[in-house]
Design a protein around this ligand. Structure first.
Ligand code: SF4
Ligand code: SF4
Length: 650
């Protein structure tokens, strides 16, 4: 832009949020003294309709060609003001935000000093605004399809939503069946179990031609960008095909037995097995990791459903977006943690839930150690809330509700069994609070242990729990026949591989981090990748389902126009200055840069759709050839000079 900058500065009161600590009128008056500022005003709420109208009117009346809004964080209202300036006919990238709320009024008390700081922030913004350039967005074609990683409730919900709106979906699941853990355990409400919900979802997926279910499958490579991802999927052999009639004869002859992960280790399964009765796809699978290829099952199968010569294969898919819904793993208590692994009557909540299921080894009967316990105690927060050395800091959100639900079920079926719940805090939030009341009415006994965790003793006389009961402030000893450890949730074991392939990032708790917890809770920082369910942290079944819908809605809004817009604030190479050293290629976390030959010279090339505008290459480039549009060296230098009180006419 060669024309002389004509800048309007708009200082927002944000009610008392800013005006309570910053003298906004003084800041506006100060702005009028800055070079190229044609008009400066303050207003009570700049983001309101009248506030935006004021800016639009001034752009026209004063022929402004740049705008500085001095208000809150750009993450909140930059889009609002960009829209306003473009509605007034100005390129929307000729806007600069000066954050005098989060960076000033909210963190200071002294009005005089805060006002001086606000002036400096505005001075910097004006210095940069003088060098702003109009930028143009690009558009690329988007594939009308999505890859959903993880076939649990969140993934299935996302797949169904997308398919309902006409998108083709590849639902990729590592296990031989979809359904996830909700197919085995958990409740949505006292009358609706996780398996019931999963079963209904299976019915809809079976009838949906737009969803292609790929089990025993995993993503091994992801390249491309939003709207145009290339996914490489490895499909491990199942060795059993759709000719399977579920007769089960193969299972009887298979000599290999391993712990049954679908019953959380309560019993064994064979190498050829059906995960659970209504598993989907509805046929047996051979666990390729343990099968010894003896061929016994192949010989006995009368339907020619088994082919032990099957090989792993790799397929390539082109998709517009990716939804990651790969769930969680249950916390595994260490040997001896509350006696776990030292006595057969000390089990986990997941194992109890399976025991109470009609498909369990005990056909739904509460039989632990060979008999129905006369007294059973749940210990809450195992693996969560810092209770033991290996425990995580966070609350796993579903264990209190699940334990209380199971306690109620036990009391209903075995009224003579004493049920205790030893807890730190009861986290039955929302409508689940009624369960807590219901459990009390059914005489489930709640024992609060606060910070002194209970001690489990295994003696010849039986199991005992010693606990300091916080409410009555007394040590008590409870004799019990069985103990249930309410274990929490951990990030999935293979999260590192997922991160390496998809380039999402991890938060402090080890789960995948959202782009912004409040503003973009189902989006990964990489455009076109969305997150659903427990992959971002513990959630109950209903929350996971809702998040699946939300992630699908976001993916649809990205893909629905058949093209997507690329943000122009990205890296740009000055070919004259580029030495072809390739330092930028190595530092780019998104693999957006390559080296191309231009007239025989090696020149860095930025794939615009891949660049996320992180600025890493810009900082690393030793020749000053890599510039970041919207944050060019000249713009940042002007801002830096301004903060140190230097000459603004650079
Ligand atoms: S694979 Fe063959 S033997 Fe095994 S359950 Fe299926 S049909 Fe029966
Ligand atoms: S700004 Fe540079 S390093 Fe960052 S994504 Fe774009 S090309 Fe890669």
């Amino acid at each position: 832009m060669t024309e002389e900058p004509r800048i309007g500065v708009y200082v927002c009161h944000c009610g008392f949020n800013i005006a309570g600590t910053v003298d906004v009128k003084k800041v506006a008056e100060f702005a009028k003294t800055l070079p190229n500022v044609v008009v400066a005003k303050d207003y009570v709420f700049m983001c309101s309709e009248p506030g935006q109208d004021l800016i639009k009117a001034d752009i026209k009346a004063h022929n402004l060609n740049r705008v500085v809004v001095s208000a809150c964080s750009p993450s909140l209202h930059e889009i609002t003001f960009r829209t306003a300036v473009s509605e007034a006919g100005l390129n929307k990238y000729l806007l600069e935000m000066a954050n005098i709320r989060e960076h000033c009024s909210w963190v200071h008390h002294d009005k005089e000093k805060a006002t001086e700081k606000a002036k400096e922030i505005v001075r910097m913004a004006v210095a940069k605004a003088r060098h702003l350039e109009p930028l143009e967005e690009l558009e690329v074609k988007a594939e009308p399809s999505a890859l959903v990683l993880g076939g649990g409730v969140a993934g299935m919900r996302a797949a169904l939503e997308l398919a309902n709106y006409g998108f083709n979906v590849y639902l990729v699941e590592k296990a031989p069946t979809i359904g996830g853990k909700a197919a085995l355990i958990g409740y949505i409400d006292p009358k609706t179990k996780g398996p019931d919900v999963v079963s209904k979802m299976f019915d809809r997926i079976k009838d949906c031609p737009r969803i292609q279910v790929l089990t025993n499958a995993e993503l091994i490579q992801l390249s491309g960008f939003a709207g145009n991802y290339n996914a490489k999927i490895r499909i491990n052999p199942r060795y059993v095909n759709e000719k399977c009639t579920l007769c089960g004869e193969c299972e009887e002859v298979c000599p290999i037995e391993v712990s049954n992960e679908y019953n959380f280790g309560l019993n064994k399964r064979k190498a050829i097995f059906l995960p659970f009765s209504n598993a989907y796809p509805p046929y047996y699978a051979i666990d390729y990791r343990v099968c010894v290829k003896c061929g016994e099952c192949e010989k006995v199968c009368r339907f020619g459903a088994i082919n032990l010569k099957e090989e792993p294969k790799t397929i390539e898919l082109k998709v517009g977006s990716v939804i990651i819904a790969t769930g969680y793993d249950p916390y595994r208590p260490f040997k001896g943690e509350y006696g776990y692994g030292l006595h057969q009557n000390i089990i986990t909540l997941f194992q109890l839930e399976r025991l109470l299921d009609p498909e369990s080894p005990t056909k739904g009967e509460l039989i632990i150690g060979g008999k129905v316990p006369k007294s059973i105690a749940f210990i809450q927060c195992v693996g969560s809330r810092n209770t033991t050395p290996g425990a995580k800091e966070y609350c796993s959100r579903m264990c209190c509700t699940t334990a209380i639900n199971s306690a109620i079920k036990i009391k209903e079926k075995y009224p003579d069994t004493n049920v205790y719940i030893l807890y730190k805090d009861i986290m039955t939030y929302g409508s689940d609070e009624t369960l807590y009341e219901e459990a009390g009415k059914k005489l489930v006994q709640f024992i609060k242990f606060e910070d002194k965790i209970p001690k489990v003793s295994i003696t010849p006389e039986g199991l005992f729990i010693d606990v300091f009961e916080y409410t009555i402030q007394e040590n008590i000893r409870i004799p019990v026949d069985a103990i249930v450890l309410s274990i929490g949730m951990l990030p999935p074991r293979d999260i590192e591989e997922l991160i390496a392939v998809t380039r999402v990032s991890c938060g402090g708790e080890g789960f995948v981090r959202e782009a912004h917890l409040k503003l973009a809770p189902v989006e990964a920082p990489t455009k076109g990748i969305f997150l659903a369910g427990c992959i971002t942290g513990p959630k109950n079944i209903l929350e996971s389902i809702r998040m699946g819908s939300a992630a699908a809605a976001k993916a649809m809004s990205l893909l629905s126009k058949g093209k997507i817009t690329i943000e122009p604030m990205i890296a740009q190479v000055n070919e004259e200055k580029c030495s072809g050293c390739a330092i930028c290629v190595g530092v780019c976390p998104y693999s957006a840069i390559s080296i191309k030959k231009v007239n025989g010279d090696r020149i860095a090339y930025v794939e615009k759709a891949l660049c996320m505008g992180c600025g890493t290459c810009n900082a690393a480039c030793p020749s000053g050839a890599m510039q970041h549009l919207g944050f060019k060296d000249i713009q940042l230098l002007a801002q830096t000079r301004a903060v140190f009180g230097g000459e603004m006419n650079v």
